[in-house]
Write a protein that binds this ligand. Structure first.
Ligand SMILES: [Zn+2]
Length: 358
C-alpha cells in the first residue's frame, strides 16, 4: 500500500463568473467538477486552503505590466475578445487574478508544510498565457506563477514567514495542447525543467522535439509531441522512459503539474485515446516521483478538459491518487478506448536521443 498524504484544494465561486455561453471553456466545466467532488464525499477528505487574488506585483513576476493592465481595463469596460478564441467578460480580471493567486497559495501551503500536495481547481486555465499576451482560453499563467513563487521571484504578501526559496522546480504539462505560454516564460531559465506531453499537429502547433530551451535554459525544455491516437500505454511509456529519468537527472525540489483532461478519447477538441484510468496512472507516476525526489511535494493546477464527465471524474481520480490511493481503482464510467492505439515509439526514441536519455 502506498503512503497517505495530506492533500489540499483551492476553489472559489468567482471562477464560475468568467464565462461565455457556447464557448467550450465555460463555467459549467468547473461546476460539474465541484458537484462530483461534493457528492462523492471527496471534499471531506481534503483540506480547503485559503487564498487571495494575485496582486499586480505578483502577476508581474510572470507578465508585463501593460498586459496585466490591459486585461483589467478590458474587463472593467465589460469585456472583449483577446484574439479569436479567448474571451474577457466583466468578471474575468477578478477570476483570472484569483486563479493565479490560488496557484501561488497552493505552492505556499505545500512549501510551508501545511499539506503535502495541493490542487488549484481554477478557471480560466493558464498554460497558453505568455508574458505579454493571453491566448487559447488563458489569461494569466497560473502554473508559471506557482513556479515563480517557489523560486522566490514573486512577492509573498502573507503575514507568515516565507518558506525557503527553491533552486529547481519541474513542471509536467500533460494537457493535450502544448504548454506554449509556460514554455516561453521559462525558455531561458535553468531553474525550471519544463516537460510538455501533447498532440501535434494541434493548436498551438508548437512544441516540436527540437524546442529544447535557449541560453542558460538550453536543455531544460522538453517536448513530447505525440501523434493523434496515442493511448494509456503510450503515455505510461512516456512517463517511464522520459519523464522519470529526466526528473532523476534534474532532481527538482518541487513537482508542478499542469493537469488537463483533454487527451481523453471522448474529448472533442483533440484526438488522443487516453482513458480516465490512463490519467490516474500518469498522476500516480508523478506522485511517486514527488515522493522519491521532492519529499512528496506536488502542486497541480487545472488546465483543459472539455467533456464534463471526463473532467469531473478525472479531477476526482487525481485527488484520490494524490492522497495515496491506487490508480487501479480509478473510477472510469466511459471506460477504455476500444480501437487500436497509435504507437508513441518513434517520438519517444527521438526525445530520448535529443535529451541524451539512455
Ligand atoms: Zn488543452
Amino acid at each position: 500500500m502506498s503512503q497517505r498524504h495530506a492533500v489540499g484544494y483551492l476553489y472559489a465561486p468567482i471562477f464560475l463568473a468568467h464565462t461565455l455561453p457556447h464557448h467550450p471553456e465555460h463555467h459549467a466545466r468547473l461546476e460539474a467538477v465541484m458537484t462530483l467532488l461534493r457528492e462523492s464525499g471527496e471534499l471531506d477528505r481534503l483540506a480547503e486552503l485559503p487564498f487571495a487574488p494575485a496582486t499586480a506585483s505578483q502577476l508581474c513576476a510572470v507578465h508585463v505590466d501593460a498586459y496585466v493592465e490591459l486585461v483589467k481595463q478590458l474587463s472593467a469596460r465589460g469585456g472583449a475578445m483577446l484574439g479569436p478564441d479567448t474571451y474577457i467578460n466583466r468578471a474575468s480580471f477578478e477570476a483570472a487574478a484569483a486563479a493565479a493567486g490560488a496557484a501561488l497559495a497552493a505552492t505556499r501551503a505545500v512549501l510551508a508544510g501545511d499539506v503535502q500536495r495541493a490542487f488549484a481547481l481554477v478557471r480560466p486555465p493558464g498554460h497558453h498565457a505568455f508574458a505579454d499576451h493571453g491566448e487559447g482560453f488563458c489569461l494569466f499563467n497560473n502554473i508559471a506563477l506557482a513556479a515563480k513563487y517557489a523560486l522566490g521571484d514573486a512577492p509573498d504578501n502573507s503575514t507568515r514567514a516565507r518558506p525557503p526559496v527553491l533552486e529547481r522546480v519541474m513542471i509536467v504539462d500533460w494537457d493535450v495542447h502544448h504548454g506554449n505560454g509556460t514554455q516561453s516564460i521559462f525558455y531561458q531559465d535553468p531553474r525550471v525543467l519544463f516537460v510538455s506531453i501533447h498532440q501535434l499537429p494541434l493548436y498551438p502547433l508548437s512544441g516540436r522535439v527540437d524546442e529544447v530551451g535557449a541560453g542558460a535554459g538550453w536543455g531544460t525544455t522538453v517536448n513530447v509531441p505525440l501523434p493523434p491516437g496515442v493511448g494509456d500505454d503510450g503515455y505510461a511509456r512516456v512517463l517511464d522512459e522520459i519523464v522519470v529519468p529526466l526528473a532523476r537527472r534534474y532532481r527538482p525540489q518541487l513537482l508542478l503539474m499542469s493537469a488537463g483532461f483533454d487527451a481523453h478519447w471522448l474529448d472533442e477538441l483533440a484526438g488522443m485515446a487516453v482513458s480516465l484510468r490512463g490519467f490516474a496512472r500518469i498522476v500516480a507516476a508523478l506522485a511517486e516521483l514527488s515522493d522519491e525526489l521532492c519529499e512528496g511535494r506536488l502542486v497541480a493546477t487545472l488546465e483543459g478538459g472539455y467533456d464534463h464527465d471526463v473532467l469531473s471524474y478525472g479531477v476526482l481520480n487525481t485527488l484520490r491518487v494524490l492522497r495515496g490511493e491506487s490508480p487501479d481503482v480509478a473510477l472510469d464510467p466511459p471506460g477504455p478506448f476500444t480501437d487500436r492505439p497509435v504507437s508513441a515509439e518513434p517520438i519517444i526514441r527521438r526525445v530520448k536521443a535529443t535529451h541524451e536519455l539512455p
